[in-house]
Design a protein around this ligand. Structure first.
Ligand code: R5P
Length: 291
């Protein structure tokens, strides 16, 4: 039973298309914050309209992640100035999620820091998608913020099946094991050698099969391209690169296109590969907010 009664949806600049789809799913009006960038790189954000609570802010933290984060914080502070205290935040791509622990003495768990800033900005509910440290769909605790994580794996697998019929799902590392399990797949093992290079291993029978490689995100493409090559070497009939977040750097998208028979992503970050939308699942997750 959804407890949310009325909400105003406000979109930042990074998720405009997805925000429109979410608003259409919820049959709610969408307010677009006006963002300006000055020549020195500083941002200014304006929301002319009055806002009533509860309000839902939608903003992905993809590249340029620090700009998108500052824009989100400005939107949240504008809402506070307008007297809005009940705020949910939809963050389709949550930057810094891979820094989810202190790896070396003296470092930060930066994912926690982001959540702390959001909490200090009145965010009392968060919706994320295939968060690096929360790969299954459902409710979870985002460092003290009640949250719901949406998984895109089933949508990506269904899309690949429409193209190729039967597919066998494999994830490139043990970190994706839960994601693989949710869609009946198995995982390879990964060792990261440098920021761009990984070593993969694992016993997988790929001969003559359509192999769908599933991951939460692609940045340099190192992991996915290595996995695609490995599956071809093992005799895969077709290879499909499927991932939620197209967080590409450099020429990763071109190298990926050249390495797979099909590349599909979700629309958490706009890209030419965004062939499935998480809008319906996000709309359902917003409805679960107990304001
Ligand atoms: C790592 O744990 C993630 O699940 C991805 O496999 C990784 O972030 C992909 O990065 P890249 O494209 O640079 O290999």
């Amino acid at each position: 039973m959804p407890i949310i009664k009325f909400s105003m949806l406000i979109s930042g600049s990074s998720s405009q298309e997805l925000a429109r789809k979410i608003a259409a799913e919820l049959n709610e009006e969408l307010i677009q914050a006006e963002t300006k960038k000055f020549p020195d790189g500083e941002l200014s954000v304006r929301i002319e309209q009055d806002i009533t609570e509860p309000a839902v802010v939608i903003q992905s933290l993809n590249h340029p992640q620090n700009d998108n984060l500052v824009e989100l914080l400005f939107i949240l502070d504008l809402l506070a100035l307008k007297g809005v205290k009940k705020i949910a935040c939809v963050i389709p791509y949550y930057a810094y999620a891979r820094q989810d622990k202190v790896f070396k003495k003296g470092e930060l768990d930066s994912a926690r820091t982001i959540a702390k800033i959001l909490k200090d900005s009145n965010v009392s509910y968060a919706v994320t998608c295939d968060l690096h440290f929360q790969r299954t769909e459902g409710e979870f605790d985002l460092y003290g913020i009640p949250a719901y994580n949406v998984a895109a794996g089933d949508l990506l697998v269904d899309k690949a099946k429409q193209e190729f019929g039967d597919v066998t799902v494999i994830t490139p590392d043990a970190g994706s094991a839960e994601q693989a399990k949710a869609v009946g797949g198995v995982s390879l093992s990964k060792e990261r050698l440098t920021s761009f290079e990984v070593e993969l291993s694992g016993e997988v029978d790929a001969t003559g099969k359509n192999i769908l490689l599933l991951d939460d995100m692609v940045t340099t493409g190192g992991t996915m391209i290595k996995a695609l090559k490995l599956m071809k070497e093992k005799g895969a009939a077709k290879t499909i690169a499927a991932f939620t977040h197209a967080a590409f750097v450099g020429d990763a998208s071109d190298r990926l296109k050249a390495s797979a028979d099909l590349v599909i992503a979700a629309d958490t970050i706009p890209s030419e590969f965004a062939k499935v939308t998480v809008s319906e699942k996000i709309a359902e997750a917003i409805k679960k907010w107990k304001t």
